[in-house]
Design a binder for this molecule. Structure first.
Ligand SMILES: NC(=O)c1ccc[n+]([C@@H]2O[C@H](COP(=O)([O-])OP(=O)(O)OC[C@H]3O[C@@H](n4cnc5c(N)ncnc54)[C@H](O)[C@@H]3O)[C@@H](O)[C@H]2O)c1
Length: 437
């Protein structure tokens, strides 16, 4: 394919030389002439393992060259990757100045082109950037319509600097956010002989994934550092501790716990995080990430309370009281915390009248109810049908098998508040659906 690459920094140079190595005809273009000249002299404008050889190879076999002309780049390619910088503004917000500028130039050049062209951003942009900010610029500058005259995609770059060439050829997955399949097909074609799953999704999800990756990586590093600081103060070998931690591939280094849902609870997590952060404070350490965990969990319960209150309905049925299915343990259950918060918010006023909040939990038998505070125990019913019939809002607090029967029981008047991601909106046959995540 004939491909143009806008921006010859780390991402752009690696993208350009790796695509030329794959046999595509690549035209690179940077706002700085020195970078274009460097490529045309066989010198990489950035330092990366193995990049110098690939620039020379591309020049020698005629699959790589740089140009100063946007018109040249657009007329002589079918697809353009945008790899310009997206730095921070002083207040931390995202600066799209470079990408908007380059899209004005590309749009202008597109106005003189009759053939369909695809524009793909590799630059990191917040969700909504492409559709709300970039697309209007391209349409205005070109006088053409996206989806008809040209296509747009978001194809985030996941490389690590230093290992970027290796990462380009050996990605964990290739993400293509597409406005339509025609544009996405063209991008997917470029990667057809790279051995990695190609995930095609909507544009906003592709934009978001990059932030999720980087945020998670930053959280991992910070987590390890904060744990390390506590270990250090306690005279424990933090490297050995983290090696042992990483051996658990079921719960620790795995996808477990990585699905959005309701807050954590139970007899261990809340208590142990409190104990560790109290110890950290006693050691006079500042560990803001660990300290924020309990607060974040409370904020998530607050979100659920606000969501339910916002519906303005009086009769609420809560499904699930113990902190997870298959256990009778209600200690520090987020569901119990939720009911307490609804109480505080005024739901207690109507309790005398009977059925303002009811709770269903098949794992809790009558005997266990004795362990619950009386005002919570009095809300429990073991009859699912009863709770559905006597509630306007059904709150799902955890994953449970019996939810499969919900569809048969609810009516169009019911609202399902799904805090656990247990029922998908698309699977609901009746009623309305509100998710927390
Ligand atoms: N560096 C990384 O490891 C990495 C990894 C993944 C994603 N990203 C993202 O990719 C984007 C680029 O990052 P980078 O590190 O390669 O940036 P960079 O600053 O190294 O390179 C950007 C290049 O774009 C050029 N440029 C600016 N305006 C231009 C224009 N109108 N026309 C042509 N060229 C223009 C600049 O001169 C510069 O050479 C950013 O959004 C970044 O967040 C970076």
């Amino acid at each position: 394919m004939n491909i143009s690459v806008f921006g010859l920094g780390y991402v752009g140079t690696v993208t350009a030389v790796c695509l030329s190595k794959k046999g595509h005809n690549v035209l690179g273009i940077d706002a700085k002439s020195a970078k274009n000249e460097a490529i045309n002299r066989g010198v990489a404008p950035v330092i990366e393992n193995g990049i110098e050889e690939l620039v020379k190879l591309g020049l020698n076999n005629g699959t790589l060259r740089a140009t100063e002309s946007v018109e040249d780049a657009i007329q002589n390619s079918e697809l353009s990757f945008i790899c310009v910088g997206t730095p921070s503004n002083l207040d931390g917000s995202l600066n799209l100045e470079h990408i908007i500028r380059v899209c004005e130039q590309i749009g202008k050049a597109l106005s003189a082109k009759s053939k369909y062209h695809v524009i793909v951003t590799r630059s990191t942009m917040l969700p909504g950037s492409m559709e709300d900010e970039i697309l209007p610029v391209l349409e205005n500058a070109s006088g053409k319509k996206s989806g008809i005259d040209f296509g747009v995609c978001v194809n985030p770059e996941f490389m690590r600097e230093g290992e970027a060439v290796y990462d380009f050829f050996n990605p964990e997955r290739i993400v293509i956010g597409e406005l339509d399949a025609r544009a996405g097909d063209r991008v997917a074609h470029i990667y057809q002989d790279i051995d990695a799953p190609i995930v095609r999704c909507d544009i906003k999800s592709a934009e978001m994934v990059k932030y999720v990756d980087n945020t998670f990586h930053a959280v991992k590093i910070t987590f390890a550092n904060e744990i390390g600081s506590i270990c250090g103060k306690l005279g424990i070998d933090s490297y050995q501790v983290m090696d042992i931690f990483c051996l658990d591939r079921k719960l620790n280094i795995s996808s477990h716990y990585l699905k959005p849902g309701f807050a954590y609870g139970g007899s261990c997590l809340p208590k142990d995080i409190r104990a560790l952060t109290a110890k950290s404070a006693e050691l006079k350490l500042r560990n803001p990430l660990l300290e924020a965990v309990s607060e974040s969990n409370r904020a998530h319960i607050d979100r659920a309370v606000n969501l339910i209150m916002g519906l303005g309905t009086r009769r609420i049925g809560i499904l699930g009281l113990s902190f997870k299915s298959g256990t009778t343990d209600t200690r520090e259950s987020p569901s119990v915390a939720l009911i307490h918060r609804l109480y505080e918010k005024g739901y207690s006023r109507l309790f005398d009248k009977g059925y303002d909040i009811t709770v269903y939990d098949p794992s809790l038998q009558r005997t266990e109810m004795d362990n619950l505070p009386p005002h919570i125990a009095s809300l429990l019913t073991l009859d699912l049908e009863d709770i559905i019939n006597n509630s306007d809002v059904i709150v799902i607090t955890r994953q449970d098998k019996y939810f499969e029967r919900l569809n048969e029981m609810i009516t169009n008047d019911h609202t399902i508040v799904d805090l656990a991601g247990a029922m998908r909106r698309s699977l609901m046959q009746k009623g309305s659906y509100v998710g927390i995540c």
